[in-house]
Structure formats: C-alpha cells, structure tokens
Design a protein around this ligand. Structure first.
Ligand SMILES: NC(=O)c1ccc[n+]([C@@H]2O[C@H](COP(=O)([O-])OP(=O)(O)OC[C@H]3O[C@@H](n4cnc5c(N)ncnc54)[C@H](O)[C@@H]3O)[C@@H](O)[C@H]2O)c1
Ligand SMILES: [Zn+2]
Length: 371
C-alpha cells in the first residue's frame, strides 16, 4: 500500500464513502476498488485528453485486479459536453453496452466528466453506482467531493442536476503532472479558498508552500488536497443540500460566476478558478469597504493570488456593470432578487449574509471593471 495514501471519510444522511488521496492511485485503482467495493462490473467514462494519458493504465489496473470491464466511453473534452445533447449521447452509449443496475460507472477526468457522468449515473435506471477518479486539481479538491452533479442548459450553468454521492473517490496526485499550468493554477484558487473560509493557519501554509505545490512537490500536493477534501467533506456532511453552512464554499463565487457569465463561459478567456480568484479578492474588498474586514488581510489575499500567478482583476475591460449586477441577482443563492453573499471578517472568518445592499457592490464593480 502506498505510504502516502490518505483516506477521508465523508458521511451524508444516506451514504458514507471514502476519498483516497495519494501518488499513482490510477495504477493501483483495481486493487483499491476491490478493497473498498469488492469485485465489480465497471465502465469508464472519460474525455479524449485524459484518455490519451490514463485510460490504458486504468483499464489494465482494473483488469489485473479481476474486475469485469465494459468498453470505455471517450467523449470530447471541454465544458460543451455538460449539455442535454451529450447527456443523451452518453446514455445512448451506456444502453448500447447493455448497462444494468449492477454496473458501476467510473468518471475519469476533470470536473466536466465528473459532473456529467455523476448526473448520468444518478438517472440511469433510477440510479447506478459511480466512482470518481478526478484528474484536475479543481476536481481533486472540489468537484469530485460532495455529490453535486449536472449539466448546463439554456437556463444557465449547472441548472439541471442532482445531489448524488459517489461510492469512492481516488485522487491521484501523479495525474496532475500532465495538467496544463493554467488549469493547475485555476484549481489552486479553490485550495486557497478553504483557508480563507475557515482556517487562517492553512492560508499561512499555502503562502509558504504554494511554490512547491505548483512546482509539483508530491508531499505539498497531497497535504493541499487532503486538507481541501477534509474541509469540504465536513461542510457537506453538515449540510449536503446547501441550506446553510455549505454555502460558505461559494466564497468569491457570486462575483466569479457573474464574470464567467459575462465572458460567455469562454474558457479561453476565463477559467472558473481564475474567476474565483478575482471574485474572492472582490469579496474581501467589499468586506473592507463595509467595515467588516481589516484592509491588510484583503491586501494579503491579493498579493498571494498575484504571486501564485493567478489574475487579480478581469483582463478585458469590456464587462458591463449592469449586466454583472443582473447576473449576481440571478445567482442560485439569491432569493427573491435579494443578494446573498459570502463576506468575511478577515482571513479564515467567512460568513453567509443575506439582503446585501447592492450600492457598495455596484461601486466595487465600477472600480474593478473601469480601473
Ligand atoms: N460538482 C461540483 O461540486 C463542482 C464544483 C466545482 C466545479 N464544478 C464543475 O467542474 C467543471 C470544471 O472542471 P475542471 O476545471 O476540472 O475542467 P475540465 O474537466 O474541463 O478539465 C480541464 C481540461 O483539462 C484536461 N485534463 C483533465 N485532466 C487532465 C490531466 N491530468 N492531464 C492533462 N489534461 C487534463 C481536460 O480534458 C480539459 O481539457 C465545471 O463544469 C464546473 O461547473 C463542479
Ligand atoms: Zn468553484
């Protein structure tokens, strides 16, 4: 057994599962799945980028451990597959392979493959099991944990979906070696977020270890992923369906989602994690403007993102403030048009607040977009 294997238990009212984090877990996946779930009939869903690196090693590991494999499904890469069209395409391929209730899907890839495959698993034959093998940093620290699945629709991003927990999550830090740097940084913004929400000591750890982590140092990566998953698991266990404390995970996201929507969800222009970095800085700046947080802490957050190489303000100057405010008002957390935001009293002290006065929010956008 890999000495760096770090298990985290996640328990929701109707399911408990393990998140295993370590080096080269894809190569050990067959044995780990046998140990956690027993021998299985498995079907891998992945995208063409990830398939090129990890499909063959995963298939051989699964076969060696004695699992039965149905032919794998390889979809195009990119956010576009989180759609009704590709959901239908995936379901057609599942039924081509005569999927039945005894089959377990494996989502091998980033958050896109995880969200689509998890959603398909939740509705195929009224629910079949699935396992997450996340291969992006964002998926390892965020999207593979917590059971949100779904697709985008004409009504917005992630508007169609389910809460559906996987049976097991295997996060292989070695898979991050092939991840483009920009994607790695975008995932790192979510790592920092956990410290900013509730643990100033973890933010301090990030400040000391960001360089090693981003350069590929194995121990730093495992610590960052393990800490992130533990924070998320705790918040999800308390509040699976985001009635309260789980909403803290959206620090920086209401601002970030507005920017993503304004950028037309064009990943070339702006990745989710980049939008979250900018949005998190805005949440701190708004908190300072409202007299809630010391200015020095907002400054430290901005400096940290900047030094890591993340954007701290939108690059294009074409964002429209009225549109941004309108997108914020449509946010899933907004109720009856009132803004609900995650604000902060400083690093590690985030809180959820409803009925935020829109005036200082608008003033901040004016400053950010026009500066
Ligand atoms: N369910 C949740 O709780 C949750 C949380 C956050 C984000 N999300 C969703 O996650 C999605 C974003 O996920 P993402 O950032 O992982 O994007 P992604 O899945 O599109 O992956 C990013 C790119 O990296 C490639 N890739 C993946 N792993 C690789 C590897 N190891 N080596 C080389 N290339 C690799 C992919 O093919 C893709 O081109 C969004 O749709 C977002 O809505 C979901
Ligand atoms: Zn996010």
């Amino acid at each position: 057994m890999n000495h760096a294997l770090v298990p985290i238990a996640l328990k929701t009212p109707d399911r408990a599962y393990t998140i295993l984090i370590g080096e080269a877990l894809i190569a050990q996946a067959g044995a780990l799945i046998a140990q956690e779930c027993g021998p299985k009939r498995l079907l891998i869903v992945t995208d063409e980028n990830v398939a090129g690196f990890y499909l063959a090693p995963l298939e051989s590991s699964l076969k060696e451990a004695g699992h039965t494999l149905l032919p794998s499904i390889v979809l195009p890469a990119g956010e576009k597959i989180k759609s009704f069209d590709f959901l239908q395409e995936l379901m057609a391929r599942l039924f081509d392979r005569a999927v039945d209730r005894g089959v377990t899907l494996i989502a091998l890839g980033g958050g896109v493959i995880g969200d689509l495959t998890g959603f398909a698993a939740s509705i195929t034959l009224r629910g079949i099991d699935f396992i997450q093998i996340p291969t992006t940093l964002l998926a390892q620290v965020d999207s593979s944990v917590g059971g949100k699945t779904g697709i985008n629709s004409a009504f917005g991003k992630n508007t169609i979906g389910t809460f559906y927990q996987p049976r097991l999550v295997l996060a292989d830090t070695k898979a991050l070696e092939t991840l483009p740097r920009r994607q790695l940084l975008a995932g790192y913004a979510e790592v920092v977020k956990y410290g900013l929400i509730q643990d100033a000591a973890f933010f301090a750890w990030c400040s000391e270890n960001a360089h090693a982590l981003l350069a590929g140092e194995g121990a730093a990566r495992i610590t960052a992923i393990q800490k992130s998953c533990a924070y998320k698991a705790a918040l999800v266990a308390q509040d699976e369906r985001e009635a309260g404390s789980r909403a803290l995970l959206n620090l920086g996201h209401t601002f970030g989602h507005a920017l993503e929507a304004e950028a037309g969800y064009d990943n070339e222009a702006l990745l989710h994690g980049e939008a979250v970095a900018i949005g998190t800085i805005m949440a701190f700046d708004l908190s300072v403007a409202m007299g809630l947080s010391p200015a020095a802490e907002a400054h430290a957050v901005r400096e940290h993102f900047m030094q890591a190489g993340l954007p701290t303000a939108p690059a294009a100057k074409t964002y429209d403030v009225d549109q941004l405010m309108a997108f914020m008002a449509q946010d899933k957390k907004a109720k009856a048009g009132q803004l609900t935001l995650i604000l902060t009293r400083g690093i590690g002290k985030a809180f959820v607040t409803a009925n935020v006065d829109p005036a200082p929010v608008r003033a901040l956008w004016e400053q950010v977009v026009k500066s």
